[in-house]
Design a protein around this ligand. Structure first.
Ligand SMILES: Nc1ncnc2c1ncn2[C@@H]1O[C@H](COP(=O)(O)OS(=O)(=O)O)[C@@H](OP(=O)(O)O)[C@H]1O
Length: 216
């Protein structure tokens, strides 16, 4: 990812929700938008928030890969990562790097919402155990566990789980072409430097969420 943030709530601005329905809205940039928590809180303070997160180093490379697919002339990942390559100073103003400082963004949300209203879904586990991760989502939303292991199969070619049957269809459904792009090879020293950079922020994030995402 990029990653996604989902808001589940009933608000005046969203389509009318019938009894027994939940309105969901998804935008990747919510989690990192400074004004978002106050605005969502003002709309509906009971909103439940779901954020899909993955290892911030892989996330940064994935983000870069997505930009590269649209603008093939951009500088290399390695050159964008550093303010000064010789000193190893990381350019934290580069959005691909900035977005992965999850603890900092979460701080912003905790000014308005309690942790009990926020669920962090592991992007890695969404691939290795989709039913388990979706079980957590269903529990969090107070839904019966309808989606289980029997709804998925693993597509080796795609490298992702797919749905055995898409909603309202009898055909399987896999993620589209823009998911699972091949990432460029990044200089391992740069990857290591980024791992070191993110470690303290990851530790803080594990502490805040009470969940070790296993990125280190
Ligand atoms: N269901 C599911 N499970 C696990 N991982 C998933 C899933 N859906 C998307 N992805 C990964 O998210 C990356 C694309 O991010 P987004 O879908 O948020 O991007 S965007 O909406 O197009 O901006 C993309 O990252 P890459 O690994 O770089 O391809 C996908 O692998």
């Amino acid at each position: 990812m990029p990653f996604n943030m989902v808001c589940a709530s009933v608000t005046d601005l969203m389509p009318k929700t019938l009894e027994g329905q939940i309105t969901m809205e998804k935008t990747p940039s919510y989690f990192v938008t400074r004004e978002a928590p106050a605005r969502i809180y003002a709309m509906s303070r009971d909103t439940k928030l779901i954020v899909v997160v993955r290892d911030p180093v892989t996330r940064a490379i994935s983000d870069y890969t997505q930009t590269l697919s649209k603008k093939p002339d951009i500088p290399t990942f390695e050159s964008l990562t550093f303010k000064n390559r010789t000193t190893g100073l990381i350019d934290t103003s580069w959005s691909a790097i900035q977005i992965g400082i999850y603890a900092k963004h979460l701080d912003n949300w905790l000014q308005f919402f309690p942790m009990s209203q926020i669920l962090f879904v592991s992007g890695e586990r969404l691939i290795s155990d989709p039913a388990g991760e979706l079980g957590r989502v269903q529990d969090f939303l107070g839904l019966k566990r309808i989606i289980t292991d029997k709804h998925f199969y693993f597509n080796q070619t795609k490298g992702f789980p797919c749905l055995k049957k898409a909603e309202g269809s009898s055909k399987p459904h896999c993620l589209g072409k823009t998911k699972g792009r091949t990432h460029p090879n990044i200089d391992p020293e740069v990857v290591q430097r980024l791992r070191d950079f993110y470690r303290p922020f990851n530790m803080k994030f594990y502490q805040m969420t009470g969940h070790n995402f296993g990125w280190d």
